[in-house]
Design a protein around this ligand. Sequence first.
Ligand code: PGA
Length: 258
Amino acid sequence: MTAPHRRPLIAGNWKMNMLLKDSVDLVRKILDGLSSPPAEVIVAPPFTALTVVSELLKDGRVRLAAQDMHWEASGAFTGEVSGPMLKDAGCQAVILGHSERRRYFGDTETTVNKKLRAALAHKLVPIVCIGETLEEREAQRTFRVLETQIKGALAGFAPADLASVVIAYEPVWAIGTGKTATPDQAQEAHLFVRKQVAGLYGDGLAQGMRILYGGSVTPENVDTLMSQPDVDGALVGGASLKAAGFLRIIHFQTPVRN
Ligand code: PGA
């Protein structure tokens, strides 16, 4: 179970799914089923559904995130969406550097770093995704990859700037594959990430930073994942698209410790 000073966070990444009607349906069902969850809850609909969903989230029990953003505030960047636009649409958070963005749309350490700077400037809580591919894991390069991604994303900040940052450890081989990292694998990676952050920015920041696990999180495996001391929440893709399953994930259960 996460340390008491880190509030668990469960975020649903809808990816390129859900038309407006489906978005409204899903959010209504999530709100109906919430009963003092042990976690802060975020949903990340596609850009087109942000304003509609934002209207439903006015009471603040569930917060709104976008799935990406551009680093400039405005200008000639066809197809892009900026921080001020996300704020205007009602977002409080933004996912950055998701492996699908890195793999298909050219996100790099440098662009993730620029996006992070913009997210912080516009007071959006950044959820920065990192994670190794299967090839990298099999070549024993997991830690090296995570180190490079963390250093790259977080470069050039002072510790105080990064207080709101959330990291999502998402092994690429576990995303959408049904192949979840074991709780031990997740814990090992999360502890490594925390130590890296501590080395770069000090233990104070590292101990307060929330590190989410992502990659085939389901109602069946969330409890054991969340019982790991350095797993502070989950970034959930497929299983966040159905209210019942997502609600079960939000209301995860971990053994009570004395
Ligand atoms: P998944 O996706 O839960 O469908 O594996 C997680 C993610 O990509 O954030």
